[in-house]
Design a binder for this molecule. Structure first.
Ligand code: KMH
Ligand code: ZN
Length: 310
């Protein structure tokens, strides 16, 4: 019998876009982040993309001290690959943003491949009673955000993290970011096989539709040949539909409350694990098998779960 193609599910558990008012399911204490990450891994996620939050206020945090408590619990309870975000703040310097990855030397970390407007201010009008004081200004203020990822920033992050042998999840918000990555690969900053995360549907980046996904994939084929693996993250309502489309095109998928709070149109998800279970069901029904964490390690050529510093 022919082997089924393997699909890697990444779950991005909390992120830095949504705020506690938007969903009671959004984890922000150390225990909540650990518990939801572990449940997502049990539901079929082989990679956990992790941000931290201030456990009292739920505000996004890039302080390594806010990662340590849940990283240890996750490592004890699962074999999942830990991927630490380096994009958890739209105002901090690149050195501050990479501090958690530098401290904990995970198997993977994100690497944002270009500067862009990065806005979710449209969400502010949907809420009147905010749980915490910081939320409204944070969300409304994103209208003025530039997510800065200059060539110099990317080079600095790549050079600082090189000794850690971390595999990067290259976040590609638009087609030009593929050319940025090609340029930096040619300069020797990144080595094949690279892992691309196509990010569709962020205001400031490319829109979430199938034509755009095909265009991104074709451009990656042209630039990187067989030297890359890829996955899709679509923000909001397009999250699961585009993930399933990507899996049928030979890509991997990312879900999680970081990028969508919903389980279907208009219905809030109860948890990260619920989104993982849904995408897993759809991907498997369409003939693919879910990659285990060790299969994900092999597909992406990762250094191994015993090579981390947490
Ligand atoms: N939430 C994604 C759109 C990062 O963590 O470095 C972007 C992201 C970036 O995941
Ligand atoms: Zn992230």
């Amino acid at each position: 019998m022919a082997r089924k193609p393997k699909t890697i599910i990444t779950c991005a558990v909390t992120g830095a876009i949504h705020t506690p008012t938007m969903s009671d399911a959004l984890p922000y204490t150390y225990d909540q982040i650990a518990e939801q990450a572990i449940a997502a891994a049990e539901a079929g996620a082989s990679i956990l993309h992790l941000h931290a939050r201030n456990p009292q206020t739920g505000a996004p945090s890039i302080n390594p001290d806010d990662f340590a408590p849940f990283l240890q619990r996750i490592k004890q309870a699962t074999n999942a690959v830990v991927n630490i975000s380096t994009g958890g703040s739209l105002t901090a310097s690149i050195q501050q943003r990479i501090a958690p990855a530098k401290t904990f030397s995970p198997e993977m970390c994100s690497m944002n491949m270009g500067s862009l407007n990065f806005s979710f201010h449209g969400l502010a009008a949907r809420y009147t009673d905010w749980k915490f004081d910081w939320e409204k200004d944070y969300v409304a203020g994103s209208e003025g955000n530039i997510f800065r990822n200059t060539f110099k920033d990317i080079k600095e992050a790549a050079e600082t993290l090189a000794p850690h042998k971390i595999k990067f999840e290259h976040e590609i918000y638009d087609v030009g970011h593929l050319y940025n990555l090609k340029f930096m690969m040619d300069q020797g900053h990144f080595k094949a096989p690279i892992f691309l995360q196509f990010v569709l549907g962020i205001l400031g980046g490319i829109g979430a539709d199938v034509e755009n996904l095909v265009f991104l994939k074709r451009t990656a084929d042209k630039l990187f040949g067989d030297q890359y693996r890829w996955s899709v993250l679509a923000a909001g309502a397009a999250q699961i539909p585009l993930a399933v489309t990507a899996s049928q095109m030979g890509g991997h998928v990312r879900v999680g409350l970081e990028d969508s709070l919903f389980i279907s149109r208009g219905e809030l998800a109860e948890s990260n694990a619920q989104q993982v279970a849904k995408v897993r069901r759809l991907v498997e029904d369409l003939g693919h098998a879910i990659a285990t964490p060790d299969e994900a390690r092999e597909i992406l050529a990762l250094k191994g779960g015993d090579q981390v510093a947490f």
